[in-house]
Design a protein around this ligand. Structure first.
Ligand SMILES: [Zn+2]
Ligand SMILES: [Zn+2]
Length: 388
């Protein structure tokens, strides 16, 4: 390892107690999407203390920030921090570790700034991953314009440099009918629940023709007021997921068509509301993955067993659609620990999480150093990004 990389590893280790404390503090004060005022403040303060210029409220989002380090002309690399929690179960997705790892990567690069090749490091605080899609808002606000590569880590029960993340579009269907006594005058009613049930049945049949890397799941949010009243209103929420934008939107149109057909069949009126916070699919960038792969061992990590069928979605996908991006999973919990569980929340402040946090910080900082030092790798990333 050269002196720069050795220095990065030592800097992260030297910051170990501070980073673990930052992570624990965020964990102890879970804040929901777009309400992460304390977490955003603490991470920003940490970076300012280490010499970063910190802007808060970037992109018009109160709990977003951008902390910048510039060492001369060169590429711009973004290191992303999430810090929102889940309702009821706190930091069961371990975003406290993501925040501290991003802060640690930034601080280590700052500590080595005299040896860093020219370029800009931006540590970007991206709120509301669990709900609302903060990164999509920041993309739309132009925060990632001029960013040559974006990187983040996410805690998991194993280390994986890439795991597919499906795009997800959410839709709410409302069918309007007419109420009537369900025994005395049922023929006077127009049954909105029938439209809802017919939609679920059509979607169930559609699943057989779906590719295995797509998902559709839904709930009945409203299905009537009482069994002796023909339901005048029914509401269902669906999530439609696909591995590419084309696949996701094509499947979405089929689901909307099912709801429309159900409305026709039942003489109800359909209102379909497509929620604006679309999470786009993660676009893989192999040259960027290769840079990370080259630093895994130096960060003290090794890839775990692949789990290709465990696919989720994240707003990091929106970033990956506009610039080369990596979302690496880093083991912070014992193998077999599922995320969004109370077990994972407990693991996110255990000693294994500290080890994963420091390893994740090293992995990102070492890879950022490579990208600044070797323009050919950046060129390869951009070439692949254009081709796909
Ligand atoms: Zn989550
Ligand atoms: Zn998460």
């Amino acid at each position: 390892m050269d002196a720069l990389k050795q220095g990065i590893v030592e800097s992260v280790d030297g910051l170990g107690d501070d980073l673990a404390a930052l992570s624990s503090r965020i964990h102890a004060h879970p804040e929901l999407a777009f309400e992460e005022r304390r977490a955003c403040g603490w991470v920003g303060e940490f970076l300012a203390k280490h010499g970063f210029q910190v802007e808060t409220g970037v992109g018009g989002v109160e709990t977003a920030f951008r902390a910048s380090l510039e060492t001369g002309p060169g590429p711009t690399l973004a290191i992303l921090c999430e810090y929102d929690a889940l309702p009821g179960i706190g930091h069961a997705c371990g975003h406290n570790v993501i925040a501290a790892a991003g802060a640690g990567a930034g601080a280590a690069l700052m500590a080595m700034r005299d040896r860093l090749p020219g370029g800009r490091i931006q540590v970007i605080g991206t709120p509301a991953e669990e709900r609302g899609g903060g990164k999509g808002v920041l993309v739309d606000a132009g925060i990632f314009k001029g960013v040559d590569a974006a990187m983040m880590i996410h805690g998991f029960d194993r280390t994986l440099l890439h795991q597919d993340l499906l795009g997800v579009v959410r839709v709410t269907f409302e069918w309007a009918g007419r109420a009537a006594h369900a025994s005395t005058d049922p023929w006077e009613g127009v049954n909105a629940l029938d439209a809802c049930v017919a939609t679920f049945n059509s979607v169930a049949m559609l699943r057989q023709q779906m590719r295995p890397d797509c998902r559709i799941h839904g709930i009945v949010a409203e299905g009537g007021a009482a069994a002796n009243i023909i339901p005048e209103r029914a509401v269902a929420d669906f999530n439609v997921r696909g591995p590419s934008l084309d696949a996701m939107w094509a499947l979405y149109r089929r689901v909307v068509a099912a709801a429309e057909a159900a409305a026709t069949a039942t003489s109800t009126r359909l209102t379909a509301f497509q929620h604006p916070d679309v999470y786009e699919p993660l676009r893989r960038n192999q040259p960027l993955n290769d840079v990370f792969a080259g630093n895994l061992a130096a960060a003290g990590l090794a890839e775990g067993p692949a789990a290709p069928d465990r696919v989720a979605s994240s707003d990091i996908g929106n970033v990956s659609q506009v610039t080369p991006t990596i979302h690496a999973w880093v083991a912070i919990a014992p193998l077999g620990t599922a995320i969004h569980t109370r077990e994972f929340a407990a693991a996110a402040v255990a000693p294994t999480a500290r080890a994963g946090l420091l390893a994740g910080a090293k992995l990102m900082a070492l890879s950022a150093a490579d990208l600044l030092a070797e323009p050919s790798r950046l060129a390869a990333m951009k070439e692949e990004f254009r081709r796909r």
